[in-house]
Design a protein around this ligand. Structure first.
Ligand SMILES: [Zn+2]
Length: 182
């Protein structure tokens, strides 16, 4: 099993209002910056059609190979009021099952979860080769270093590299995402 362990946001201290226009945000080094959650979306007002549309947005935004639709369309994805294991979405690779909370139903979270399947398809030898290749990139590659809080575990790092950088990831890593994601 592999779980998207994103913690639920907790209310922090209120930001201190500053006078004048806010400074422009710095340009993002991420191809797919994180989408904010939408707390207005609930089980009551979100439909399977909305979910299907979001999955299609993931395919479009990340240029998922059209020839792999047969593979991806056999994944069972469903909305859940509370995702298992304390995250906002969860994936059971062996069961080909994903759960996602309506507020977090966005292409980036779908991308993260779907990539768990792609990783799961790799042989152990390929997983080891991915780890060997990734290790030095964590401290030397700008695209990798731009990813916020890149997980120490290879499986979660694999998912976040795809989720945040998509086709901007280092060319050397793309082989490990084929044929399902590139
Ligand atoms: Zn994950």
């Amino acid at each position: 099993m592999c779980w998207w362990k994103k913690k639920k946001p907790s209310p922090g201290p209120s930001p201190t209002p500053t006078p004048g226009p806010p400074p422009a945000p710095p340009p993002s080094a991420l191809l797919h910056p994180e989408e904010p959650s939408d707390p207005t979306r609930t089980m009551a007002n979100t439909s399977p059609a909305d979910l299907a549309a979001t999955i299609q947005m993931w395919k479009n935004n990340y240029q998922v190979p059209v020839g792999q639709n047969v593979f991806w369309d056999t994944m069972h994805v469903e909305l859940a009021a509370v995702a298992p294991a304390g995250g906002v979405a969860a994936t059971d690779c062996a069961g080909r099952q994903m759960w996602i909370e309506p507020a977090w139903m966005n292409p980036g979270v779908i991308a993260h979860e779907m990539s768990h399947y792609a990783y799961w398809q790799l042989t152990q030898k390929r997983k080891n080769a991915f780890a060997d290749l990734l290790s030095p990139l964590r401290i030397s590659d700008a695209a990798i270093m731009a990813i916020p809080n890149l997980n120490a575990s290879d499986v979660e790092a694999y998912a976040d590299i795809y989720r945040y950088q998509g086709s901007n990831m280092p060319e050397s890593l793309k082989d490990f995402y084929k044929p399902y994601l590139f």
